[in-house]
Design a protein around this ligand. Structure first.
Ligand code: RFL
Ligand code: PHB
Length: 390
């Protein structure tokens, strides 16, 4: 097989890159270790920044997003028995859109297939070769056969457990990381959301988040220990803990219903620099991870490939290398802003290791400052809705 850009991974990064390249007349092949059904059902992020929404519209993927996505102009912070709304749009002129990541993935897969795009699902034994030559090669196994995919460039969009990053020789990349002593237990529930905007709750028993997907479906999260076993969390225990942490405002209750899906995700922050080695370009979770508290993961993945798509287009159309050379330093500016914001939101809202009373006081002071200072709230809002230029 031969293509111009070989893309490893059919998450938001890999699929969007393939679509953007197609719009510019550049051929790509996406290989994905899971099935189409699996990637279209995988429940993950749900918040699109204004910039991501604009990108989806500009790429012709705005139809269902306009109909089914919900524009949100604020979020609520709940702490110390009170609620405070951050009026994001009033403060920044911008908004977020709640639209599930798997819906973005479905729209992208449908668009690629409709225009004859090649996505090879259920591949294994993926390996990358000749990345420092002008003729890189991706080897993989599909339907019991060994396949060789020859390309000009490889885009490593294979998420946090992929093979792309580890194909770079030892000593080239530098890793910056931070672990957190907690995880999120996330549930998708067939219950009408009791909120119109997202609620981020600080509670002495731990953080909770009330989010939503549609007028019938709620998405909720609880801070738990990373070693926690899902079997110890029957539905009644989840609802009871959500009530304890969220029902702190008089007269307000959580809406319960059947839990459709639940999972535990450990949290960490990670950046690997640079985001390129020779003819391998890394994007999305393959090269940086944020804790979900700032809702940045999917947005960063899309922002990376917007840069990469333009850089490949410039190379194919004019033979210029400037944008390819600028890819890593330019993308890393946004990545580090999101790293800081996600770390800051996480540190402010979670029950910290050891439950240090001094740190707990600092958290409450920070939350009160947000509730009383327009400039501090504006800083949160502009990061949350996404900074156009970083
Ligand atoms: P993805 O979406 O992980 O896609 C990578 C794709 O690569 C495939 N893959 C391979 N394919 C071929 N060969 C290999 N060797 C491969 N190894 C892996 C995988 O099957 C997958 O399809 O990365 P991408 O495109 O960079 O997108 C990033 C976002 O998915 C991610 O940042 C967010 O979803 C993070 N995240 C969340 N963010 C939020 O803001 N809110 C959330 O609630 C939230 N929940 C989550 C999450 C990430 C999770 N992961 C990665 C463990 C929940 C989970 C479980
Ligand atoms: C979600 O709706 O899944 C969601 C919302 C906000 C976050 C993380 C996840 O910070």
């Amino acid at each position: 097989m031969r293509t111009q850009v070989g893309i490893v991974g059919a998450g938001p990064a890999g699929l969007m890159l393939s679509h953007l390249l197609h719009l510019r007349g550049i051929d790509s092949v996406v290989i994905e270790c899971r099935s189409r059904d699996h990637i279209e059902r995988r429940v993950r992020a749900g918040v699109l920044e204004q910039g991501s929404v604009d990108l989806l519209h500009a790429a012709g993927l705005g139809d269902r997003l306009s109909r089914e996505g919900a524009r949100h102009e604020g979020i609520e912070l709940r702490f110390a028995g009170a609620a405070y709304r951050v009026p994001m749009t009033e403060l920044t002129g911008r908004a977020i859109t709640v639209y599930g990541q798997q819906e973005v993935v479905k729209d992208l897969v449908a668009a690629r297939i409709a225009s004859g795009g090649r996505i090879v699902f259920e591949v294994d034994d993926v390996s990358l070769h000749g990345l420092d030559s002008e003729a890189p090669l991706i080897r993989f196994r599909h339907d019991g056969r060994e396949v060789e995919l020859h390309c000009d460039f490889v885009a490593g969009c294979d998420g946090s457990h992929g093979v792309s990053r580890s194909s770079v020789p030892e000593g080239v990349l530098t890793t910056y990381e931070r672990g957190y002593p907690f995880a999120w237990l996330g549930v998708l529930a067939a219950a009408p959301p009791a909120v119109e905007e997202l609620v981020y709750a600080h509670h002495e028993r731990g953080f909770a988040l009330y989010s939503l997907r549609s007028p019938e479906i709620s998405r909720l999260y609880l801070q738990v220990d990373p070693a926690e076993d899902l079997d110890r969390w029957p539905d009644e225990r989840i609802w009871s803990e959500l009530r304890t942490r969220l029902e702190t405002v008089p007269g307000w209750t959580v809406n319960t219903g059947p839990i459709l899906e639940k999972s535990i995700t450990p949290m960490r922050s990670l950046v690997v620099e640079p985001m390129r080695w020779q003819r391998l370009f890394l994007a999305g979770d393959a090269v940086h991870i944020v804790p979900p508290t700032g809702a940045k993961g999917m947005n960063l993945a899309l922002a990376d490939v917007a840069l990469l798509g333009a850089a490949f287009a410039d190379w194919y159309a004019h033979g210029r290398t400037e944008l390819l050379d600028d890819y890593s330093p330019t993308a890393l500016r946004r990545v580090w802003r999101a790293q800081h914001f996600s770390w800051w939101m996480t540190s402010m809202l979670h029950r910290l290791d050891g439950h240090d009373p001094y740190e707990a006081r600092l958290q409450l002071s920070t939350l009160r400052y947000l509730a009383t200072s327009r400039s501090y709230a504006t800083s949160l809002a502009e990061n949350y809705v996404g900074l156009p230029d970083v």
